[in-house]
Write a protein that binds this ligand. Structure first.
Ligand code: NAD
Length: 298
């Protein structure tokens, strides 16, 4: 069994490492947060005192970090993952970042005799827990095959979408759409309840009509209508609104640089920016329902 170093034991890293451990992989983890380290240790992840220590003792290094700057800092530099990891090690970044940063890091990894793939995920914390994430992977086919047993321990659908960086491009396309869908779903719900409709019945109607989407089916934003989603838990955990905003801004940059009109994405990005400014940056992105309606009245 390959030994896996996992850096970033947060909302996603926690359940992803648990599934790796359950599949029989020895996992050594590092996170600067001692709370995250303690929780991971309880589920069988060996504790490392630094990212370099974890990377130096593994065949595969996986990163699940907040931003592109975090990822760049983690990989590059004298005590970064590239320098600390074994020659020939497979490096895999599952964070959501820009493909430009991925391509830059993958080139540095190759120059140092390491292999790297980008393997961002979709499905959020519910699918991370159930081991049914969707992976969109960029890199060499042989490296993707090498990673497949690990990807299958954490995910259900593995798509090899192209060369280095293509995984992150696919992820940004998905997230601009999921942001638009969530922002649109809360508007439709607000419109219905403001006009006397029961949100549960309206949701059922739309789920079985042309308005159906992931938010309605699996990630309902209206509290009390679905179990095991952040809206059932005061919008704690899940996918932070400021991360959704980060991803939509990255997608906007990509649209600008590739001269693609992203009018809907631009509008939804503004809504998430206002929502974060209103003090909800750390809440799950489905909390954007608070921008559309006053939850205390329902
Ligand atoms: P999180 O904030 O819950 O966890 C990130 C963890 O990384 C934190 O515990 C932090 O302490 C740790 N960290 C920061 N720098 C580190 C370093 N140098 N070494 C080791 N650990 C470090 O974030 P999350 O929700 O788990 O998201 C992680 C990434 O996955 C983000 O890029 C996000 O956009 C993406 N993502 C999240 C979801 C989701 O639903 N939460 C879904 C898909 C993709």
């Amino acid at each position: 069994m390959k030994t896996v170093a996992f850096l970033g034991l947060g909302n996603m890293g926690q359940p992803m490492t648990r599934n790796l451990v359950q599949a029989g992989f020895p996992v050594i983890g590092f996170d600067p947060s001692s709370v995250a380290q303690d929780a991971a240790e309880k589920q069988g992840v060996k504790r490392a005192t630094s990212a370099a220590e974890a990377a130096s003792s593994a065949d595969v290094v996986i990163t699940m970090l907040p931003t592109g700057d975090n990822v760049r800092d983690a990989y590059l530099g004298a005590s970064g993952v590239i320098a600390a990891s074994r020659k020939g090690a497979l490096l895999m970044d599952s964070s959501t970042i820009s493909s430009t940063v991925t391509v830059e890091i993958a080139a540095a990894a190759r120059a140092a005799g390491r292999r790297m793939i980008d393997a961002p995920v979709s499905g959020g914390t519910p699918r991370a827990h159930s081991g049914t994430l969707t992976f969109m992977v960029g890199g060499e086919a042989t490296d993707v095959e090498h990673a497949r047993p690990l990807l299958e321990a954490m995910g259900q659908r593995i798509y090899h979408v192209g060369a280095s960086g293509a995984g992150h491009t696919a992820k940004l396309c998905n997230n601009i759409l999921s942001g638009i869908c969530m922002a649109g779903t809360v508007e439709a719900l607000a419109l219905g309840v403001a006009n006397g409709l029961d949100p549960a019945i309206l949701s059922d109607v739309m789920r079985n009509s042309s308005g159906n989407n992931y938010a309605l089916e699996r990630y309902h934003p209206f509290p009390g209508l679905m179990e095991n989603v952040p809206s059932a838990n005061g919008f704690a955990g899940g996918f932070r609104s400021d991360f959704q905003l980060k991803d939509m801004r990255l997608a906007k940059e990509l649209a600008n640089s590739s001269k693609v009109l992203a009018a809907m994405g631009n509008l939804a990005t503004e809504l998430f920016a206002i929502h974060c400014q209103n003090g909800h940056a750390g809440e799950d992105y489905s909390s954007i329902i608070k921008l559309a309606l006053d939850l205390d009245s329902y």
